[in-house]
Structure formats: structure tokens, C-alpha cells
Design a protein around this ligand. Structure first.
Ligand SMILES: CC1=C(CCC(=O)O)c2cc3nc(cc4[nH]c(cc5[nH]c(cc1n2)c(C)c5CCC(=O)O)c(CCC(=O)O)c4C)C(CCC(=O)O)=C3C
Ligand SMILES: [Fe+2]
Length: 384
């Protein structure tokens, strides 16, 4: 087998995602799974439930993940990479533990994991590692073999993630009314998180104080800068841009990252911006946050203001993203074999670490998390 297509030591890839309801009867149990023990106000839950009911109780996320699975299997087959791909979720079927049980039943013992979250944060990184720890502990408790799981590095700055978003922004600009195009602002959006979580995102060396936002904000700014520069290079126009936030939850007295996209649209309108492209760089695919918070709520806000807006495409199942996943997997496989492969990354931050160090994206209450430097295996600590 040619070195560059050798997945050894991995024997399978696991796509690890959030999960979402598939019908109206799933919505409340899904929200209960998401919010278990997290202290989200009831009012917020009712409101978010309504977003799902507006779409027939079906989250777009599962269909998007099925498309990504197809794209990954096609990419692997087209490149002679013989590696099965599985899918498991944090909050809805197929549940992570069930998928891992199937995987060990199929004989897999060394599993590479791709999370559908590109950036560092508790919700997007450590929480998935906690989910893996819980699932491995469940397997162990059932007397099943416990596989080794390795989480692939953050890919926010991988060209296979960034370039499709550049194309998306270019397509959105091209669709704006001609007289508004040149002066259009770019609003890069991501999920708001508590400023305390933002400040402790990434490795301890990345941590900041006073709401500066740590690795979470730094990584998004790096991607936003790259996209704006690529758009400038392509169109010759330097569009003004800003990183803004969406989908805030939590209690109102706790500070979360701001400004919100809707407030930002108001401010841009007030200062005379002719149009805005909303680019949801924080989301790998068209999640409910994109379909509701941007396509429904923010778009209605813009219409009320008389401000032309366009929402650019997420990466979704773009073949360049599937190729990036193959690249990340083969890169990590080579590293695990003791080689020093090329580690592809755009922007100023460079490729992210393979193994989350101790203290990376800490939880409010410490609990076991797999696939990081602080993981000793399910034998060492049983989760509560
Ligand atoms: C950073 C981040 C990502 C991106 C990284 C990643 O992709 O993982 C993300 C993704 C997602 N979040 C999602 C849904 C929800 N998130 C919630 C709540 C929260 N998210 C948070 C952060 C994030 N969330 C936070 C700090 C909370 C507060 C409570 C807590 O600390 O946990 C709630 C509860 C109600 C509400 O408060 O909104 C829901 C329903 C879905 C599925 C969408 C679909 O169905 O298409 C997806 C992909
Ligand atoms: Fe969320």
C-alpha cells in the first residue's frame, strides 16, 4: 500500500456529531438530552422547541450528516482508502454508545474520530471527549473490549474547510443587487458561548481574561481574516467585516459573546451599509441555528430594516471537505506511526494539536474525558 494512503494503525473512522430530532415527538426528549443538568431557562427551551416545530420537528443536522457520510465513503473509495465509516451522536440516535458497541462487535479496536465541530470550546471539543469517555465506560461495564479512540485535530483552518466557505461568500456577493454589492459588509457568525467558556477555550496557554475570548475567538478571527482576504484577492474589493454571534442561550445575567447578529444588522443599517453577507463560519453544516437563527430570524430582521442580506453556504458535504477529512486521518495515522507528515493549515495560527493537553477547554465540573492527555482509560476513573 502506498505510504500516503495507509490508514494503519486506524481500522475505522467515527463521525461524532450532535444529533437532532427526526419528528415532532422527538423534540422534547431531544431537548431534555441536550440540556440535562445544564441549567437552561425553561423559557429558552420552549422557544427553541418552537424553532424545531416550525420545521416539522425535524432538525436538518441528521440529513446533513448522512450526506457527509456518503461523501466520505465516496472520497475514501475513490482514493483507494479502505476504511469503514460509522456515525454516532451525543444527543440523538444513532447514539454514540450504540455505535461504539457495533464497532467493537465488528472488530474495530483503534478508531479515529471526527467531531462535526471545527473549533476549540467546551461544547465543541471537551464535551465530545466526555461523551467518548462515558461510552467507553459503558462498553467496559458490559464486559466488551474497549477500543482506543483518537480525536482528529481541529480543522477550522484546513483549506478543505476554508475554501468552500470562500466560494460561498463569493456566490452570496454575486447574488446581491449590483448597486449594493461593492459596499457589502461581511458578517461572520458563530455560536455565542458564555465569555467564561470562551476565555478558557483551547490550551491553558491560549486562555485569556476579561472576555477576550481565548482560542475560540482567535480561531474564528483567523478564519474570518483568511476568507475576507481570499474574497479581496478574487474580487479586488476589500469588504469591511466583523465576527459576530448568534444563538445565545443561558440566563440573561451571565455574559455571553456579543454582538448578536441581529443587533449587528441594526448597527450596520444605521451607519448606512448597503448590504450584508452573513457567513456562518462556526457551523459545519446547515444546523437549526443556521436555518432558524439566520435564515428565519435575522433575515426577517433585515427585511424589516430594508437591508439586503444573503446567507452564505456552510461546508456541508462539499467534496473538498471530505478530502480534508481523509487528509486529517492519514496525517494522524502517519504521526501515530512515528512519521512527521505535512500538516496542512491556512492562516496565522498553524495546525492545532493532536492531543488536547491537560486543562484544555475545561468543564465547569471536571469529569473524565477521553482522547486527551488527561485520559488514563476507562479503568482509572468511572464516570459518575
Ligand atoms: C459552541 C456550540 C456549538 C458548535 C459546536 C458543535 O457543533 O458542537 C453548538 C452546536 C449545536 N447546538 C445545537 C443545539 C442546541 N444547543 C443548545 C445549547 C447550547 N449550545 C452551546 C454551544 C454550542 N452549540 C451552548 C454553550 C449552549 C448552552 C447550554 C450548554 O452549555 O450546553 C441547545 C439548548 C437550547 C438552547 O439553549 O439553545 C440546543 C437545542 C445543535 C443542533 C442543531 C440542530 O438541530 O440542527 C448544534 C449542532
Ligand atoms: Fe448548541
Amino acid at each position: 500500500m502506498p505510504e500516503q494512503c495507509d490508514p494503519h494503525p486506524y481500522d475505522a473512522l467515527l463521525l461524532l456529531s450532535f444529533g437532532g430530532p427526526e419528528g415532532p415527538e422527538d423534540v422534547v426528549p431531544f431537548l431534555e438530552n441536550v440540556t440535562r443538568g445544564r441549567g437552561i431557562p425553561r423559557e429558552r427551551l420552549k422557544e427553541v422547541g418552537q424553532h424545531y416545530f416550525l420545521f416539522g420537528g425535524v432538525s436538518p443536522i441528521n440529513a446533513q450528516n448522512r450526506e457527509l457520510l456518503d461523501a466520505l465513503r465516496k472520497d475514501f473509495a475513490d482514493h483507494g482508502l479502505d476504511l469503514p465509516v460509522y456515525w454516532g451522536n451525543r444527543n440523538w440516535a444513532p447514539y454514540l454508545t450504540d455505535t461504539l458497541r457495533t464497532m467493537v462487535g465488528d472488530g474495530h479496536r483503534r478508531i479515529a474520530v471526527l467531531a462535526t465541530s471545527a473549533y476549540a470550546s467546551y461544547s465543541g471539543c471537551r464535551q465530545y471527549r466526555e461523551n467518548l469517555a462515558d461510552a467507553l465506560a459503558a462498553l467496559k461495564a458490559e464486559g466488551l473490549p474497549v477500543p482506543r479512540v483518537d480525536k482528529l485535530r481541529h480543522y477550522f483552518n484546513h483549506p478543505g474547510f476554508v475554501r468552500p466557505m470562500v466560494d460561498g461568500v463569493l456566490a452570496s456577493l454575486a447574488g446581491l443587487p449590483q448597486d449594493a454589492r461593492e459596499g457589502a459588509h461581511l458578517a461572520f457568525t458563530t455560536h455565542s458561548i458564555p465569555t467564561a467558556a470562551a476565555d478558557t477555550s483551547g490550551t491553558p496557554a491560549d486562555h485569556t481574561q476579561d472576555g477576550e475570548g481565548g482560542a475560540y475567538v482567535a480561531q474564528h478571527l483567523d478564519v474570518a481574516r483568511e476568507i475576507a482576504a481570499a474574497v479581496h484577492a478574487e474580487t479586488g474589493v476589500q469588504h469591511p467585516w466583523r465576527l459576530v454571534y448568534q444563538s445565545r442561550s443561558g440566563a440573561p445575567h451571565i455574559p455571553w459573546l456579543e454582538p448578536d447578529i441581529c443587533d449587528h444588522l441594526e448597527a450596520l443599517h444605521a451607519e448606512g451599509a448597503p448590504a450584508v453577507v452573513m457567513a456562518p463560519i462556526g457551523f459545519v453544516s446547515d444546523h437549526m441555528e443556521v436555518k432558524y437563527d439566520l435564515d428565519t430570524e435575522a433575515t426577517a430582521k433585515a427585511a424589516e430594516l430594508g437591508l439586503p442580506v444573503a446567507r452564505s453556504a456552510t461546508v456541508g458535504a462539499d467534496p473538498r471537505f471530505a478530502a480534508a477529512v481523509r487528509d486529517l486521518l492519514l496525517e494522524r495515522a502517519a504521526t501515530e506511526r512515528g512519521r512527521a507528515p505535512e500538516r496542512c493549515a491556512l492562516g496565522a495560527l498553524g495546525p492545532s494539536h493532536d492531543l488536547c493537553p491537560v486543562g484544555c477547554c475545561p468543564a465547569r465540573t471536571a469529569r473524565p474525558a477521553a482522547a486527551g492527555a488527561d485520559w488514563a482509560g476507562p479503568a482509572a476513573e468511572a464516570p459518575a
